[in-house]
Design a protein around this ligand. Structure first.
Ligand code: URP
Ligand code: ZN
Ligand code: ZN
Ligand code: ZN
Length: 473
């Protein structure tokens, strides 16, 4: 199958050019001057991209399909979640294999393969969560690198569930310094949070808003600093996930200024939503529990404190390198509802895997970032950060033909649970008006979304054996 995408503006992290993109089989084989394919006698099915952007498919490096959490499971399966991702122009996800303290890491890794294999619409890789670092865990880190799992997430919060103490963190970081793995950190001080949560619930402050109040920025700044110090001590590269506090950004920026391999990820919810909006969220159906739709950790931050503005700025200055979703959807009914009398029982997470490319494109529309930076933070850097670059994250000969034709004149109104395909009974982005639209999405040379909608197949998506990070200084 040979396809020529004609007349579009091909956008990369470093520039834009008018070119025709030749796709043969699963690969991009050439970028041609407009019209050159005809002169060369190339026989191909044509896709007209005139007036549109031709970009590398989105790489969402932080998702939790079917994640077991808080007594339930994230509502999207690999099937529904990857299909929704495709709808929104994302062609690769990296999902987290979960290990709880009583579980064997390699068993969990194989279990995640069983969940994903044969079900995905787009390609997928895995990170590994380590929750109780022991000798076995360090051994598994070596084994998993050979399997293409080259990044490991630790938690400084959720005591008794995921939390690792500083000594455990140190040992895992020492291992990463020696085998080249990327350490990922959920940087919140769990001991402080646990006391604040208990005090809040005891005082009858149980509504969703108090989830954010009891996870203050100081707990994020402190943990981020501590993780950076352990990275400094060991030499391990550190990627701080779901950064929301401007003070945490400042810690990351300071470490980078010192030349450290320290990186930060933020998510659309921290750029757009705020604690004040969560406090004000009241509906007929749910009353003040409406705010549960935005309960995630790290939490939404106060707009009055300026976190959102600072995060946008950090995306411009590269103090923050990329944007993932932390897609971890739970329905309001029966799932978020578990915490109707006590916010601490609300399963944590927001679903946005379908919306990330569109939401971040609003940063281009609004003048926060350039078109090239949009491609960089949503595709190219995630691919480089997690060892997929060259195959993913770029439109160039030899790369996988993961391509999105994005129409800047397109429009989507997100509302009333209509315009989305995630397995959720609400949208965190209800009421958002999106300029721009992913008109056509190609995954390894196969069109999976076109003007008629999703036309891909379950099981088309393949496991990606990742290499070590290509982003290190
Ligand atoms: O609220 C969140 N972020 N849920 C997913 C788990 C995590 O910590 O990333
Ligand atoms: Zn986390
Ligand atoms: Zn997460
Ligand atoms: Zn359109």
């Amino acid at each position: 199958m040979t396809t020529l995408i004609t007349g579009g503006t091909v956008v990369s992290a470093t520039g834009r050019t008018t070119a025709d993109v030749l796709v043969e089989g699963e690969k991009i084989t050439a970028l041609l001057a407009p019209g050159a394919a005809d002169a060369l006698g190339v026989q191909a099915e044509k896709i007209d991209a005139t007036g549109k952007y031709v970009i590398p498919g989105g790489v969402d490096a932080h998702t939790h399909m079917e994640m077991p959490f808080g007594g339930t499971f994230a509502s999207d399966t690999f099937e529904t979640g990857t299909r929704a991702a495709a709808w929104g122009g994302t062609t690769t996800i990296i999902d987290f294999v979960v290990q709880y303290p009583d579980q064997r890491i390699m068993d969990q890794y194989h279990a995640w393969h069983e969940k994903a294999a044969g079900n995905c619409a787009i390609d997928y890789g895995f990170h590994q969560i380590l929750s109780d670092v022991q000798d076995d865990s360090l051994k598994a880190m070596d084994e998993l690198i050979d399997e293409g799992v080259t990044s490991f997430k630790l938690f400084m919060a959720y005591k008794g569930v995921f939390l690792s103490d500083d000594g455990q963190i140190l040992r895992a970081f020492q291992k990463a310094a020696s085998n080249g793995a990327m350490m990922m950190m959920h940087a919140e001080n769990g001991s402080i949070i646990d006391v604040l949560v208990q005090q809040s619930v005891s005082a009858g402050k149980t509504s969703p808003y108090y989830h954010g109040v009891t996870r203050p920025w100081q707990a994020e700044e402190e943990a981020t600093h501590r993780a950076i110090m352990i990275a400094d001590l060991t030499g391990a590269p550190l990627y701080v996930v779901h950064v929301s506090a401007k003070q945490a950004v400042e810690q990351i920026a300071a470490a980078r200024d010192r030349g450290m391999n320290v990186f930060g990820e933020t998510c659309p919810q921290y750029l757009y939503l705020s604690l004040e909006e969560q406090l004000g969220a009241v509906s007929e159906q749910w009353g003040e529990f409406e705010g549960a739709k935005w309960v995630c950790s790290t939490p939404l931050r106060s707009r009055a404190e300026g976190h959102q503005d600072h995060l946008w700025q950090s995306l411009r200055t590269n103090d923050i390198q990329m944007v993932s979703t932390d897609h971890c959807p739970f329905c309001m009914k029966e799932q978020k509802e578990m915490g109707i009398d006590d916010f601490s029982k609300i399963p944590n997470g927001i679903g946005s895997v379908e919306n990330r490319m569109d939401l971040m494109y609003q940063g281009v529309v609004g003048g926060h970032i350039s078109l090239e930076r949009w491609v960089e933070i949503t595709s190219t850097t995630p691919a480089r950060m997690f060892g997929l670059y060259g195959t993913k994250g770029i439109i160039a000969p030899g790369a996988d033909a993961d391509i999105v034709v994005y129409d800047p004149a397109g429009h989507t109104s997100i509302g009333m649970g209509k315009a989305h395909h995630m397995k959720m009974d609400y949208s965190a982005w209800e009421g958002y008006e999106i300029d721009g639209h992913a008109d056509l999405v190609m995954s390894r040379g196969t069109v999976v979304v076109d003007e008629t909608g999703y036309i891909g197949t379950k099981g088309h998506g393949k496991y990606l054996k990742r290499g070590l990070s290509q982003y290190l200084i």
